[in-house]
Each structure stands twice: as C-alpha cells, then as structure tokens.
Ligand binder design. Structure first.
Ligand code: ADP
Ligand code: ADP
Ligand code: ZN
Length: 223
C-alpha cells in the first residue's frame, strides 16, 4: 500500500502516519524528519536546509527528490510506504510519478487532511515531541498520560522545533497554499484523491483514515 498524506503544516500528518505505520507495518517517510536528522548531524545538506527551513520555505526539489528516491529503494519499503510531507510541489509530484512508474508501483490513495488555517497556528505552537522516540504531543490536545513522561518509551526529554514559531508558521501556510495545494487538482484528476476532516479529534481522524483504507469511504471519494 502506497499512500500520501497531504495537508498543511499542523494538519496531523505526522500523528496519523505514525499510527498507520504501527497498524499496517509500513514505514512513514517524512521528508521533514529526514531534513531535521541532517540538521542535527551537521552535514553540508543539513546546514543548507536549516536556513531554508527556519524561513519556512521549501528545500530544493532536487535535494528532496534524491532523498526520497534513495529511501523508497530500501528493503523496508518493499510492501509500501506512507509519504508524509512529500510531495510538496508540482515538480516533486512529477518526479514521484516517474520514480513509481520506473519501479512498476502506483499510488493507492492520496489523502487530503483538510484543516482550517486559524486552528493550525495553535496546533503548531503547542506541538512538541519525545526526544528519544519521536512520539508527538501537544500542550493541550495530546498530553502524555503521566506528565513529563513519554507514553511510548518512558523518556523524559522533549523538544520543540525551531520552525514552529508563529511567524514561520504563517509563511509555511502561505507556501502550502502557493506551492502544495495545486497538487490537489493534480491527484483529483488521477482519481486517487480522498478527503478527510482533519479538524476532528485525533481518534476520529484515525477512524476516517481506516475507513478510506478499507474502501468504505466511497461517498468521500473525490473523483
Ligand atoms: P503535521 O505533521 O501535519 O505538521 P502533526 O501531526 O505534527 O502535524 O500535528 C500538529 C500538532 O497538533 C501536534 O502537536 C499534534 O499532537 C496535534 N494534533 C494532531 N492531530 C490533531 C487533532 N486531530 N486534533 C488536535 N490536535 C492534533
Ligand atoms: P510540517 O509540520 O510543516 O508539515 P515538515 O516536517 O513536513 O513540517 O517540514 C518542515 C520543513 O522542512 C518545511 O517547512 C520545509 O522547509 C522542509 N521540507 C519538508 N519536506 C519538504 C519537501 N517535500 N520539499 C521541500 N521542503 C521540505
Ligand atoms: Zn518517547
């Protein structure tokens, strides 16, 4: 099963991709996580990417497409993958199509997580993750069961992203609107676009995704 989760920053892509990964045993491929790993490792790519990410702009298509091409070829992707944060531009979508065609693969679903901009700023401003295992939390919407302790791994160190400031979020939302939202008609025309309500509660969103994956969401089909 090859999926794309498409939606603005804060729509819940990472949260749901992690759940899908656990439920279906296929990896979450997050270009944002890959870039943050490069930043943390202090590589040349990381140094270049950090500047772009802090501005809320997109890292060049060439770099991103190269990262994904390499990742999709790894053995754990043999049964499928969940793309989270990729593609983000028409050039990336075209490159993905070419990559998939070359390997005889296809996209099963492109799922748009719809969310209203006003709520996204609050989602992103309150976002933090476990530094040990990457589990995602929110100051209000998703707190650990025991305060200060990660539900998943018991870790006690948490981190916030440098680019999750209100000013950067506004430019990221504008970039989504300008460069990523044109992918919606692109995938709609291919008949693979499904739409879910990303403003619902986290468990409800998971249930909507499960329905799409089970093929029960014909009424929600967008083609
Ligand atoms: P994205 O990967 O699309 O940028 P995340 O999955 O990181 O978004 O979610 C952004 C923040 O909002 C996180 O702190 C997460 O815990 C929280 N969140 C995710 N989904 C929901 C939801 N359906 N309702 C409320 N908060 C949510
Ligand atoms: P979000 O919570 O906004 O969905 P991500 O973790 O997906 O955040 O991305 C963080 C930043 O990393 C983006 O603002 C952008 O600078 C860079 N980035 C991530 N994925 C891509 C991509 N596919 N193309 C270009 N830049 C990307
Ligand atoms: Zn953890």
């Amino acid at each position: 099963m090859n999926l794309i989760l498409l939606g603005p920053p804060g729509a819940g892509k990472g949260t749901q991709a992690r759940r899908l990964m656990e439920a279906h045993g296929i990896p979450q491929l997050s270009t944002g996580d890959m870039l943050r790993a490069a930043v943390a490792a202090g590589t040349e790519l990381g140094k270049m990417a950090k500047e772009v990410m802090d501005r809320g702009d997109l890292v060049s298509d060439e770099i991103i497409v190269g990262m994904i091409a390499e990742r999709i070829g790894e053995p754990d992707c043999a049964n499928g993958f969940i793309l989270d944060g990729f593609p983000r531009s028409e050039a990336q979508a075209a490159a993905l199509d070419a990559m998939l065609a070359e390997s005889g693969l296809a996209l099963d679903h492109v799922i748009e997580m719809k969310a209203v901009a006003a709520a996204l700023v609050e989602r992103i401003a309150g976002r933090y993750t476990c530094a040990d295992c990457g589990a995602g939390y929110h100051d209000r919407f998703q707190t650990p069961r025991v305060e200060g302790v990660c539900d998943d791994c018991g870790g006690a160190t948490f981190e916030r992203r440098a680019d999750d400031s209100e000013a950067t979020v506004r430019s990221r939302l504008a970039v989504y609107h300008d460069q990523t939202s044109p992918l919606l008609p692109y995938y709609r025309a291919k008949g693979v676009l499904r739409e879910i309500d990303g403003m619902a509660g986290i468990d409800d969103v998971t249930a909507q995704l499960d329905a799409v994956l089970a093929g029960e969401n014909q009424a929600g089909r967008n083609d």
